[in-house]
Design a protein around this ligand. Structure first.
Ligand SMILES: O=P(O)(O)OC[C@H]1O[C@H](OP(=O)(O)OP(=O)(O)O)[C@H](O)[C@@H]1O
Ligand SMILES: NC(=O)CC[C@H](N)C(=O)O
Ligand SMILES: [Mg+2]
Length: 477
């Protein structure tokens, strides 16, 4: 019997990109390259929507960016000088093509395209209210509620419509919105998900991460601040901040794991933050060993930082297969171990007989650590000490990261010592939350670290089973 062995990344989110260029300059290929550079943020589906000022075109499908957009599609289908794109990792709604983004809807004034990174915590409730009003939905994603509300409030222009929508939606959202004549970017009032603006000679780029600006040759202008709406059109760009101010709470996991290390988010280089975390980890949890290794690729900067601060040499302990797909068919039980080693194979010649400290960025379910500690020991490591550059993940995320239910989070149900035993490490140490925050170097109070602390910046009780049944804001719909 054939069995599907799943190599899904364990937690991701989505990536968005938007490009505005002078009339008559095609943008679809730029959006494509931008999406390519954000592929790490979502690998389930991808899409591009463009407008030539009159008509809106789109193409989306399941799979990776490079497999979805084949030659010819840009010239034949995706015409226009304004475009948006999305790579998806589903958080609300199934992973099938109808739920792929961007969403493109037609309304009385034309078309709206929308790409969303994040997750709403009151989407179900809003959707119910809209359905009671006779609205029909084409998808099962939270993002469709947003596009629906924008269309509904569009009488007095897009910025007004977005402001009204922002009064109703709760949760995390970095949006790029496309109309026939403008590109709009929006970051939620807490700034949970990132979004930045870049400038080219003949236009502008909006992207989840600055690495996309680099790839497109755009010069970084600024991060979109929490609660800002940036409108890009023939006149350049204009920024409006919503009146109601709330505490900034940007996702600290971007620095730990999601973002590419060459990105700079809210003024902080991701590579530098990871290296700092490694340095702090070395001080908080030293290890008497011969070599520091990383679990490639995410934890490499943290491992380098650990090595630097401890004076222990950094070495390669695993070789990662860079060509591995999301899933593959595992022929039979006897190949199960081969399947595990296919992604990360210990570099036996480098680790045999050594005492190792292995740095990883996070432990979520504990499956990765358990497998690889064991494989290092089998490959001849004398001791394997594990150090983690984030605190135990002990609470679910409802803001766009697909962490599992709390009872599947090993950090929620076991002590550090129990986890150490389970993964069969000789010792285990996690960076403290204070150490992690210090590694990023921004104001203490400006992060969402709910996955470690359980302190949620936006009420999530409706997502935890206690459904809220009424709220005043809906009376305004
Ligand atoms: O405790 P777990 O549930 O196993 O999750 C933790 C692991 O998941 C992530 O890696 P992942 O394999 O998702 O992707 P990566 O190759 O980018 O590190 C993360 O970097 C940890 O290694
Ligand atoms: N990970 C995300 O940002 C997902 C965006 C949106 N909630 C969706 O499921 O499509
Ligand atoms: Mg990993």
């Amino acid at each position: 019997m054939f069995e599907t062995f799943n190599f899904d990344k364990l937690k991701e989110e989505c990536g968005v990109v938007g490009v505005y260029r002078n009339k008559n300059i095609e943008v679809a290929k730029m959006v494509y390259y931008g999406l390519h550079s954000l592929q790490h943020r979502g690998q389930e589906s991808a899409g591009i929507a463009t407008t030539d000022g009159l008509h809106t075109h789109f193409h989306k499908d399941m799979g990776l960016v490079q497999d979805i957009f084949k030659d010819g599609i840009f010239e034949e289908k995706l015409k226009g000088h304004i475009g948006i794109g999305h790579v998806r990792y589903s958080t609300t709604g199934e992973s099938y093509v109808a739920n792929a983004q961007p969403l493109v809807v037609k309304y009385r004034r034309g078309s709206i395209g929308l790409a969303h990174n994040g997750n709403l915590v009151n989407a179900a409730l809003l959707r119910e209210r809209l359905e009671d009003d006779g609205i029909v939905f084409q998808t099962t994603i939270d993002s469709e509620v947003i596009v629906n509300l924008i269309a509904r409030f569009s009488n007095e222009g897009m910025v007004y419509a977005i402001e009204r929508t922002m009064e109703l939606i709760r949760g995390a959202y970095a949006l790029v919105v496309l109309t026939e004549d403008q590109l709009i970017g929006v970051r939620d009032p807490h700034g949970l998900r990132p979004l930045c603006l870049g400038k080219m000679e003949d236009g502008y780029v909006l992207a989840s991460e600055s690495c996309a600006l680099d790839v497109l040759g755009a010069e970084f202008v600024r991060d979109i601040e929490p609660g800002e709406i940036v409108t890009i059109n023939e006149e350049g760009y204009q920024i409006k901040k919503i009146e109601k101010q709330v505490k900034k709470a940007s996702c600290i996991f971007e620095y730990i794991y999601f973002a590419r290390p060459d990105s700079i988010i809210d003024g902080v280089g991701v590579y530098q933050a990871r290296m700092n975390a490694g340095r702090i980890l070395a001080k908080e949890h030293p290890a008497d060993v011969d070599m520091v290794i990383a679990v490639p690729d995410t934890s490499i900067p943290a491992a380098i930082g650990y090595a630097e601060a401890s004076g222990i040499p950094f070495g390669e302990g695993f070789i990662k297969n860079r060509y591995i797909g999301r899933t593959f068919i595992q022929p039979d039980q006897s190949l199960r171990e081969a399947a595990v080693r296919l992604k990360l194979n210990p570099l036996k010649q480098n680790i045999e007989g050594k005492r190792i400290v292995m740095i990883d960025d996070s432990i979520v379910r504990g499956t990765t650590s358990k497998k690889i500690v064991n494989s290092l020991k089998k490959a001849g490591a004398k001791e394997v000490h594990v150090r983690i550059s984030s605190p135990p993940v002990s609470h679910s995320c409802y803001y766009g990261i697909d962490t599992p239910d709390r009872n599947q989070l090993i950090g929620a149900v076991k002590t550090v010592e129990q986890i150490r035993k389970l993964i069969e490490a000789d010792s285990l140490g996690y960076i403290s939350l204070e150490g992690l925050i210090a590694s990023v170097g921004l104001d203490n109070d400006s992060f969402c670290h709910a996955c470690f602390s359980g302190s949620y910046p936006i009420d999530v009780s409706s997502m935890q089973g206690n459904v809220i049944t009424s709220s005043k804001v809906f009376e305004r719909l």
